[in-house]
Design a protein around this ligand. Structure first.
Ligand SMILES: C[S@@+](CC[C@H](N)C(=O)[O-])C[C@H]1O[C@@H](n2cnc3c(N)ncnc32)[C@H](O)[C@@H]1O
Length: 207
């Protein structure tokens, strides 16, 4: 794999020095798409939220700000992401509003029906099979709970296609791919919104 490929592979599971640089960048460069997506959300106020593939943890803080009565559980399988997410949300963890847990989205350490909302920002590209993982997300949601997927690529843009070509573990998905996988996993009320000028998408679905 090329050096660039090695560096950008840290987006899928950050580790080592390059992973630290990647997490620092993710917390900065994913902010715009995340803020746009959060501004578009129109779902009942959630109490228990799971932030899946939480990376450096900035979205945890934004969810806590948007939903002041909520508790957010961040989940990631990269020990480095967990370290960063915990440091970033130190005060909220001390206040009891947040925890950050190690786990893989394909087999989560949560009981059935625990969450009102599960979010996945910039992470499904790396998940080991969409339907399998969406099934697992559905399991941990309450009936009537929502799943929100945010990606800065709808699969059509050249920069993301380039990333896809250099990162072995990455898979780009179109809105149709995502919606079909959600349907196969048993979700309903599936809706995709596109940004007016960017290839950004926010997909919402209900259990
Ligand atoms: C590109 S980063 C995005 C991080 C953060 N959500 C953001 O928007 O900045 C992808 C994150 O998803 C995590 N991830 C990927 N696949 C995962 C899996 N199967 N289970 C848990 N975490 C996963 C990676 O470790 C990484 O921290």
């Amino acid at each position: 794999m090329s050096l660039l490929g090695k560096f950008f592979s840290n987006a899928g599971k950050p580790a080592g020095f390059m992973g630290r640089v990647m997490i620092w960048g993710m917390n900065i460069f994913h902010a715009r798409v995340a803020h746009w997506a959060l501004s578009r959300l129109n779902i009942p106020e959630p109490v228990q939220i799971a932030e899946l593939g939480c990376g450096g943890g900035r979205n945890i803080r934004d969810l806590l700000d948007k939903y002041p009565a909520s508790h957010v559980t961040g989940l990631d399988y990269s020990p480095l992401s967990l370290e960063k997410a915990r440091a970033f949300n130190r005060k909220m963890i001390s206040a009891g509003r947040c925890e950050v847990i190690e786990g893989d989205v394909s087999a989560m350490p949560f009981e059935d029906g625990r969450f009102d909302l599960a979010t996945a920002f910039e992470t499904i590209y790396f998940w080991p099979g969409l339907v399998r993982c969406f099934d697992e997300v559905r399991r941990v949601l309450k009936t009537g709970g929502h799943f929100v997927i945010v990606s800065e690529s709808d699969g059509s843009d050249k920069p993301s296609q380039w990333f896809n070509s250099v990162i072995d573990a990455m898979n780009l998905y179109t809105p149709d791919d995502i919606e079909n996988a959600l349907r196969s996993a048993g979700f309903k009320e599936i809706h995709t919104e596109h940004h007016e000028a960017q290839p950004w998408i926010v997909v919402t679905a209900m259990k």
